[in-house]
Design a protein around this ligand. Structure first.
Ligand code: AMP
Length: 120
């Protein structure tokens, strides 16, 4: 497991060092619009704690952090009014193409999203 880099861009957003287009915030999580949206709605939800990826979060976060994070995800989905459905993606590790090494869940929606993966 790589060590957490406190200078990653989402850590800077959490510290307020760079701006984001905020959608939701509470004690456990922050949600903001993806800077390069892949769907009409593309929001990222990140925990306030320092976790590299989903595996790190699931292994090391306290139960209340995990519950708080996923409750925040539900709150964001309700707020975005994605009544026709949505997709969540959590890239983890090299094969996933994860770009930012702070755990984040993509929430995508606003149109039919097509197949889960492009064929090779
Ligand atoms: P991933 O490949 O799963 O690590 O996704 C990282 C996502 O972060 C990409 O979809 C980027 O467009 C998005 N992103 C990178 N920098 C920013 C930023 N400053 N504000 C919002 N989204 C960002």
């Amino acid at each position: 497991m790589p060590t957490y880099d406190p200078n990653n861009i989402f850590a800077k957003i959490l510290r307020g060092e760079i701006p984001c287009q905020q959608v939701y915030a509470d004690e456990w999580a922050l949600a903001f619009h993806d800077i390069h949206p892949k769907a009409p709605t593309h929001v990222l939800v990140i925990p306030r704690g320092s976790y590299v990826d989903l595996h790190d979060f699931a292994r090391h976060a306290k139960p209340e952090e995990i519950a708080g994070f996923y409750r925040a995800v539900a709150q964001v989905v309700d707020q975005l009014n994605l009544i026709q459905g949505y997709r969540t993606i959590a890239n983890s590790g090299v094969h996933s193409g994860q770009e930012v090494p702070h755990f984040h869940l993509h929430i995508l929606g606003g149109r039919p999203l097509g197949p889960m993966l492009m064929s090779a």
